[in-house]
Design a protein around this ligand. Structure first.
Ligand SMILES: [Zn+2]
Length: 86
């Protein structure tokens, strides 16, 4: 899927914005550090995704660009995935 928005802030993290079903979605992943591996035996390697959140947005929260020119409101929702345990 084409990335509909690129900005400097997002490129510095495991984050991206995509568009699905007419809405823009901010995706942010938390990745395991060496310390996470030492504290959680379920984790296998540094850099693996431990949890992620996806929420709908009208604007990029980092640079302020309006992503969806045709909408003025959206109903907030999100999904959260925890990959750090069974
Ligand atoms: Zn941005």
């Amino acid at each position: 899927m084409a990335n509909p928005h690129q900005c400097k802030s997002i490129r510095q993290a495991e984050a991206w914005i995509d568009k699905d079903e007419g809405e823009y979605w901010l995706n942010i992943n938390h990745v395991a550090t060496q310390q996470d591996l030492e504290e959680n035996s379920f984790l296998e390697e540094e850099g693996q995704t431990t949890d992620s959140v996806v929420l709908n947005v009208l604007y990029c929260p980092y640079c302020g660009v309006k992503l969806d020119e045709s909408r003025y409101e959206t109903i907030p929702t999100f999904t959260f995935h925890d990959f750090s345990k069974w």
